[in-house]
Design a protein around this ligand. Structure first.
Ligand code: AMP
Ligand code: ZN
Ligand code: ZN
Length: 320
């Protein structure tokens, strides 16, 4: 296989796109494709300041790299979740990446901010770890974005992630949930916009970029992710993709372009301010504050916290 642009030996072959490229032209193509997705969906204004949620994995580090190269003012945010050595190593690679490139990094430490990391939080809240973790990440990312004056947050979700979520949602279809899936979630009062500039790249395409760019990233998966449903859905979709190259992208894009616009979601649910933290919620107290209030009650009963401990929703932000 030879590079479609220069005719030299190809480094990356993309069967689903009928495209093969050498290192140099792959790196160019990847950056241009990202910019195209950003423009097409009006994700960011030229040079806009954007908060990039960075886990230390290949997707979010590649995203931070590409957004910086494209001239966006990309500030990183890493959340230290307290998942043992895995979280320590995640923070280390993220900090090294920022330091080596002179990029601004914000860090929130879950345990420092609220007293417990994900494992204890899961136990004390009675939630499965991924649910407690996901709720915390979403809440904290938004809180930091709003407090630090960012209009928009970018995450490293790729085609495999998005197609797997769509697949899962279609196994138990709910119009409300399906209508909210997409590469752009617009901002609302108290809610930063959320964008996914890599949503059209397969995991393999992002990995190729990361490797060819020489980005050091954390290879391990979160220990809690083992056996997660999303991994089963990804396997199923990859099986289909192998027999029908391009199926994954057609599945997601077809849904976004042809089906989602026709969903009838009725009236949008009204949002009001959480009585505890002031951030938008549908009830009186938001899910994050409810979870932590319950955790504090239980932790006091078990004498893991002193009687006078109070939950403060606002997370302190460190500058790495
Ligand atoms: P995941 O759900 O782990 O596949 O992560 C999806 C996206 O969420 C990543 O691409 C990041 O943008 C963001 N993310 C995940 N974990 C963290 C973290 N610990 N800190 C900041 N952002 C994160
Ligand atoms: Zn080439
Ligand atoms: Zn709240």
């Amino acid at each position: 296989m030879v590079c479609k642009v220069c005719g030299q030996k190809a480094q990356v072959e993309m069967r689903s796109r009928g495209l093969a490229l050498c290192r140099e032209h792959y790196l160019d193509w990847f950056v241009k494709e990202t910019e195209r997705a950003i423009r097409r969906h009006r994700m960011l204004l030229p040079g806009e300041r954007v908060l990039v949620a960075v886990s230390g994995g290949k997707d979010s580090l590649a995203l931070w790299d590409v957004l910086s190269r494209l001239g966006y003012q990309a500030v990183g945010l890493h959340i230290e979740l307290g998942i043992g050595e895995y979280s320590k190593r995640s923070l280390e690679v993220t900090e090294a990446f920022a330091r080596e490139r002179g990029l601004e990094l914000l860090v929130v430490d879950l345990k420092e901010a609220y007293g417990f990391g994900v494992p204890e939080l899961a136990r004390l809240s009675g939630r499965v770890a991924c649910s407690a973790c996901g709720l915390s990440k979403r809440y904290i990312i938004n809180q930091v974005a709003v407090e630090e004056g960012f209009r928009v947050v970018a995450t490293g979700h790729n085609l495999d992630d998005e197609a797997a979520v769509l697949f899962g949602n279609l196994l138990n279809p709910q119009e409300e949930t399906l209508s909210r899936q997409g590469p752009v979630l617009p901002e609302k009062p108290g809610l930063a916009a959320r964008v996914k500039p890599f949503y059209r790249f397969s995991e393999r395409e992002v990995l190729s970029y990361t490797l060819l760019r020489g980005i050091r990233y954390l290879h391990e998966e979160c220990p809690n992710a083992k056996g997660a449903k999303s991994l089963l859905y990804k396997e199923a979709l990859n099986l289909v993709e192998r027999a029908m190259p391009g199926a994954k992208l057609r599945f997601l894009e077809g849904f976004l372009e042809k089906i989602r616009p026709r969903l009838d979601v009725g009236e949008e649910v009204a949002l009001r301010e959480c009585e505890r933290c002031g951030y938008p919620t549908t009830g009186a107290v938001c899910a994050f504050c409810r979870m932590w209030d319950a955790v504090y009650r239980r932790a006091k009963k078990r004498r893991l916290l002193p009687e006078e401990a109070v939950f403060h929703p606002k997370a302190p932000v460190a500058r790495g």
